[in-house]
Design a protein around this ligand. Structure first.
Ligand SMILES: [Mg+2]
Length: 176
């Protein structure tokens, strides 16, 4: 089945548990890390369902390569937009624009894209300014989950990765 909904996703504290990250040196490449409970199974299920998934993440390319490969998720991404390569971080619109372009999409597709992330000031604000909807995963204990302004208010909130497929399929059905 063809799905219309496109999923942009953050990595740190959205798929990977930042608390488990092991680095060579502080702020260096992440050598290994574990997934948030349920995140791997959720992302694999969405991929196997045929959804298009793009990584939109702040960090080092090698870190994402390491952690995604170790956790068996490297193959699920149809495109990647990584801050080290872009020279800017979220909420900068370029982070989202690169993912859009690499998927071969245009401005006209923005209505069918959701950004999934844990950070109000990066993922949610960035998505809002770019003109796409956002899903806040409020699992992480490391960041503030209370919006400080209208622009940081997510369109949807989930507390665990396992809640994502139901939301994704509901939003996808509305597009058909
Ligand atoms: Mg994050």
């Amino acid at each position: 089945m063809d799905h219309k909904l496109i999923i942009f996703t953050d990595i740190g504290d959205t798929i990977i548990d930042e608390g488990s990250e092991v680095r060579e040196v502080p702020y260096g490449v992440v050598l290994r890390a574990d997934c948030i409970p349920g995140a791997k199974e959720t992302m694999l299920a969405l991929y196997e369902q045929g959804f298009t998934i793009a990584m939109v993440a702040d960090g080092l390319t090698e870190s994402f390569h390491n952690t995604m490969t170790q956790n068996g998720l490297e193959h699920i991404f149809a495109a990647k937009s990584i801050s080290e390569e872009n020279g800017v971080e979220k909420p900068d619109w370029v982070m989202f624009q690169k993912a859009l372009e690499r998927l071969g999409l245009t401005e006209n597709d923005k209505g069918r894209i959701i950004m999934v992330g844990n950070n109000l000031k990066r993922d949610v604000l960035g998505a809002r300014r770019f003109g796409i909807r956002s899903v806040l995963l409020s699992w992480s204990p490391r960041y503030d989950m209370v919006p400080s302004c209208e622009e940081e208010t997510p369109d949807y909130v989930i507390s665990r990765p396992e809640e994502l497929p139901e939301l994704v399929n509901r939003l996808d059905a509305l597009l058909s």
